[in-house]
Design a protein around this ligand. Structure first.
Ligand code: 6PG
Length: 245
């Protein structure tokens, strides 16, 4: 099992500052070592709380943005100009404010009428990027919902048991709107040198307890399927989300 680090911060402000510092340090180390880095970003509160920090000093200046490639851990299947689109939100709070060129960013192609076709295209892009980056993401950035979902991997959904060679799946009837989504699979997310979960708020405490437990059915707790064989896992929590209080 991968090495797991759990860090608890007094409040959400401190949590997100620590998350920005960790993400910047991990990316800077990868860029230093290999001259390039591959990151998978998530949406939700990360776009409003974490990305604005990364877009500003001091963290912004620690990353050599020109060497970065950006994929999305999941995406809501809505057009790029829809307020729900994670790529759009990520541009607004991060990507438009840092020296990242358009050809470094790989949004999930939600402009296909057929989401299965979009998943197939995104799978090809993910596979090509992983190949260039030595087979692994340098950082996979994830949140977790109160129901225990991460990326768009919801408890007991078929995406959880996708074949090991599938990197991207279509998720239908998601309980969190919008219902149609694309998600990287557990196998794809496990191709990571570091997985960083950032979780805040009292409504997450029960799910955090289940996520960190060694017992129970992982299909009920999708974060437990995230076990990067060659990577480290970080759980960054605020005190409210910490089941120990
Ligand atoms: C979304 C995100 C999703 C998110 C979790 C946690 O569709 O909202 O892509 O993967 O990371 O739902 O979100 P919160 O941190 O906002 O609870």
């Amino acid at each position: 099992t991968p090495q797991r680090t759990i860090e608890v911060y007094d409040n959400a402000d401190e949590l997100y500052r620590a998350a920005a510092a960790l993400v910047a340090a991990q990316l800077a180390a990868a860029l230093n070592e290999r001259g390039r880095a591959l990151v998978a970003l998530s949406g939700g509160s990360l776009t409003t709380r974490l990305y604005p920090l990364l877009a500003n000093p001091p963290w912004r200046d620690q990353i050599d943005w020109g060497g970065l490639s950006v994929l999305f851990a999941d995406e809501r299947y809505v057009p790029f100009d829809d307020a729900e689109n994670t790529y759009r939100a990520t541009r607004q709070t991060l990507l438009d404010h840092v020296p990242v060129q358009a050809d470094q960013v790989f949004p999930a192609p939600t402009y296909y009428r057929d989401p299965e076709q979009a998943a197939a295209i995104y799978q090809q892009q993910a596979a090509a990027l992983l190949a260039v980056h030595g087979g692994a993401f340098d950082v996979v950035l994830l949140g977790m919902g109160p129901d225990g979902h991460t990326a768009s991997l919801f408890p007991r959904y078929p995406a959880l048991t996708a074949p090991a060679d599938r990197l991207v799946v279509v998720v239908r009837d998601a309980p969190k709107p919008p219902p149609l989504r694309l998600s990287l699979t557990p196998a794809a997310l496990n191709a990571a040198r570091a997985v960083i979960f950032v979780v805040s708020g009292a409504d997450k405490a029960a799910a955090v307890a289940a996520a960190l437990a060694e017992t129970g059915d992982p299909l009920d707790q999708p974060t437990r399927l995230i076990q990067p064989a060659e990577g480290k896992i970080y759980w960054l929590l605020d005190r409210a989300a910490n089941p120990q209080g």
